[in-house]
Design a protein around this ligand. Sequence first.
Ligand code: FAD
Length: 404
Amino acid sequence: MEYDDTETARELAKRVREFVDERVIPVERDYLGDGPVPDEEIAALREEARERDLYAPQIPAEYGGQGLNFRDVLPAFEEAGRSLLGPSAMRIAAPDEGNMHTLELVGTEAQKEEYLRPLVAGEIRSGFSMTEPAPGGGSDPKMIRSEARKEGDEWVIDGHKWWTTQGSEADVLIVMARTDPEAHPYEGTSLFLVPADADGVEIVRDIPHVGGDLLGSSHAEIRYENVRVPEENLLGEKNRGFEHAQQRLGPARLTHCMRYTGMATRALEVAKAYTKEREAFDSSLSEKQSVRFTVAEAETRLHAVRTMVRDAAGRIAAGEEARIPVSMSKVYTANVVQDVIDDCLQLCGGNGIAKDLPLADFYEDVRAFRLIDGADEVHKRVIARDAYRDVEPSAIEGITEFKG
Ligand SMILES: Cc1cc2nc3c(=O)[nH]c(=O)nc-3n(C[C@H](O)[C@H](O)[C@H](O)COP(=O)(O)OP(=O)(O)OC[C@H]3O[C@@H](n4cnc5c(N)ncnc54)[C@H](O)[C@@H]3O)c2cc1C
């Protein structure tokens, strides 16, 4: 299927596909069922991505990337997502990708030198610490309880967070905390760059969870107790943390959509190959109508997803916030890719859950997508609020009686 991608975007995506097929998938095969993939293997893939001019296409050239716009990196992100290792190999994996974007948008020059440059180079790792256990903020971020108070020329942070992806491995954590307890949280919360080795940062535990066998990244529960950081570690403007988080989360939700679309596309490639080869009841499985309908349905829904995400990404590249198109893309993509991967697994029979194929890891990994960066229900809430904004009572004007 052809999309309205630019020549630059197509050319990059084609090279990413070759890289993933030739270099990334063989490494993935070696470690399926036997992960996590060691850091040295990821480093070697990154080296090759650099040699092939595929590394960090979303980052400005001055910080070690290729400076492509958000819409032009989209097909490359999809292609990279065909393997769980592809995004890491190209330095476009969450959460570093979103954190680098935040630093690029609102970081000071000094912060960019200290954190963005080594993050792009893959020399350090980062986490984004926003979600809190009850009674703190989860789906409703207004409930955030972590606080930062100013003492002299330092910020002192106290808080309790969890689900900080890569929290245990991170060198720096972006922490969200209230800085004006009197104000509405949306107007009284800020972001801070907290070195992971700062006194008072305690990794309570890595939360045991579904998935992650291949990459092995943690989702950490973290306590911040009396953590002192210098004044200049405020990231962005004081009290504008929610706005900055939104600037991060909008594009980050879409890059998740792109990578997961790639994952579902690969699942379908595998399922089509399997059903074409495998026979039952005197013919290839690919000749059975119910199999063909499942594949047709998956192709159709993935086409809808790709089109939708391109629309939202194009709006973001043009400078729109695109809140509703992003929420619609996020919730729709998360459900489609989950269903498609589940169907593909079924089409491959017992092999679907064997770790000889990548489908079992995809199946485990994809489930979190309906929760991360805003669960389905939260995005539907946003979409519905907008849908009810301009309701016209005249739409039922003249109807005096509802017939059952
Ligand atoms: C794998 C993974 C990685 C993550 N990484 C990070 C990270 O790096 N940094 C970070 O800060 N957070 C991270 N999170 C946290 C994630 O953003 C939250 O899990 C998510 O926002 C939901 O919050 P919660 O878990 O507190 O759910 P809760 O707020 O407890 O919600 C529970 C359920 O209630 C539903 N619900 C909420 N409101 C309504 C409503 N009005 N109507 C109907 N249903 C509703 C929710 O949708 C959800 O299904 C991660 C989570 C996972 C699973």
